[in-house]
Design a binder for this molecule. Structure first.
Ligand SMILES: Nc1ncnc2c1ncn2[C@@H]1O[C@H](COP(=O)(O)OP(=O)(O)OP(=O)(O)O)[C@@H](O)[C@H]1O
Ligand SMILES: [Mg+2]
Length: 424
């Protein structure tokens, strides 16, 4: 837990001591302070959780939720420093792939059949919901524990299919997994393999797999659904069948050599026989509220936005993908930098409002309200329990004074706008 987060917790504790909370919690607060000062992280976490439970029980849901958010944020900072997994030697065979080695090419066109990326320290961990993080960590754990699995007669998973909408972090996930394993990533785009001379496609596939099997690497088959799309062309049926068969044979053979990841946007389009070839299926989607907060914090850097600003961004960017969040945060930073406003809550608030106004139509009501009328938006968040911001926090995030926030809240300025939007 960083000093900054500790300070937040202490500040919160000091709020508690100065009135808004009951003194019955003082014993827990003392334990928190003791654990914090002694630097015992586990004890600190446990005591904070104790306080959270008590607040929750006492009906102080908002403050309990704030504590939980602080704990979760501290957990992420820890998780964001991934260590390299020591992969079992028996699992990955092959020569060392060094940067001097050229990728195989299509003999007719001379085009490269794959690109090769070497792991770097900067391969930052993607942000996952708990379910996805568990699957990814589970796979890494399997690859590091081959002997334990062998003892019960099973091998680690070697084939992973990642699917989800555009911009949900599929490609960054493949890069991240390869980096954690300390292996180069050999990426082939299936549409690149499918030569305009269909007859040579099967040969391209075979050449690609030969190359990947020769070296210690992770093979990534991106845009996997290109095959399925081709199947719709009735003239090519015979040829496509041949290509799919070559691919399946090569996938089966590769199981003895190394790890393969395939990516698709359209999981339904995939041939069931292809689908079955992959032992683990990882579904990515829009980040949940917590993952959104983490992504927003990351993409707003180097600006250290106040917690309330992160909440406002997160509230407006619900149901957006990681790539959307990155794009909007980057645009907001650009707008802020050129506006001359200070790099704080209100500056970011105005920047977000103008970025959303320029963003193509979307149906998320809070984002549309902020794009249209900032005062109506302040009224919306002051009235909406879902975002659970206190009036002081709303002030910090938007720059509106307490009494103005209170007036806007009472006037319910957002309602006419919402009605007009729903009537459209
Ligand atoms: N879960 C995530 N964690 C971190 N960054 C993410 C995440 N999802 C998306 N991004 C950001 O969005 C950008 C696009 O992600 P990526 O290229 O992995 O998406 P994709 O799912 O492969 O999309 P496409 O289907 O269009 O290829 C990345 O550069 C990354 O910064
Ligand atoms: Mg991609």
């Amino acid at each position: 837990m960083s000093n900054h987060e500790l300070c937040d917790i202490y500040r919160q504790k000091s709020d508690i001591l100065h009135g808004s909370f009951d003194m019955e919690h003082f014993a827990v607060i003392q334990s928190i302070v003791r654990a914090g000062l002694s630097g015992d992280r586990d004890a600190l976490d446990k005591q904070i959780e104790r306080l959270r439970e008590r607040l929750q029980k006492a009906g102080d849901v908002k403050d309990a939720a704030t504590l939980e958010r602080l704990r979760a944020a501290a957990r992420d900072t820890q998780e964001m420093a991934p260590s390299r997994v020591e992969i079992s030697r028996a699992l990955i065979v092959g020569e060392v792939l060094d940067p001097g080695i050229n990728p195989p090419i299509d003999r007719e066109t001379g085009a490269r059949l794959c690109t090769i990326d070497f792991p770097t320290k900067s391969d930052q961990s993607p942000v996952y919901m708990a379910r996805v993080a568990e699957t990814v960590e589970g796979l890494l754990h399997e690859w590091a524990s081959e002997a334990a699995l062998q003892a019960v007669g099973v091998a680690p998973t070697r084939t992973l299919l990642i699917y989800g909408p555009p911009g949900s972090g599929k490609t960054v996930s493949a890069h991240y997994i390869a980096a954690r394993l300390g292996l180069p990533l050999v990426t082939a785009r299936i549409d690149g393999l499918i030569s305009s001379f269909l007859g040579t496609t099967a040969r391209n596939i075979a050449n690609l797999f030969d190359f990947a099997n020769r070296y210690a690497c992770v093979l990534l088959l991106d845009e996997f659904d290109a095959l399925a799309k081709l199947r719709d062309d009735p003239q090519e049926i015979g040829e496509i069948k041949r290509v799919v068969n070559t691919l399946l044979q090569n996938l089966d053979l590769r199981r003895n050599f190394g790890i393969t990841i395939a990516i698709t946007n359209h999981d339904r389009l995939l041939d069931p026989a292809v689908w079955r070839r992959f032992e683990t299926h990882l579904q990515l989607g829009e980040p949940d509220e917590h993952a959104r907060d983490v992504l927003i914090k990351r993409f707003l850097k180097p600006i250290e936005a106040p917690e309330a600003t992160i909440r406002v961004f997160s509230y407006c960017l619900a149901r957006r993908t990681g790539a959307d969040i990155e794009r909007i945060c980057t645009a907001a930073k650009r707008t802020l930098a050129l506006s001359g406003e200070s790099h704080d809550g209100p500056g970011l608030f105005h920047a977000l409002s103008s970025v959303l106004a320029r963003t193509p139509y979307h149906d998320h009501t809070p984002a549309r309200i902020l794009a249209t009328d900032q005062e109506a938006f302040v009224s919306l968040i002051a009235n909406d329990g879902e975002i659970s911001l206190k009036q002081t926090e709303i002030g910090e995030a938007t720059g509106y004074g307490q009494s103005r926030v209170s007036d806007l809240k009472k006037a319910k300025r957002h309602l006419p706008l919402m009605e007009a939007m729903h009537a459209q």
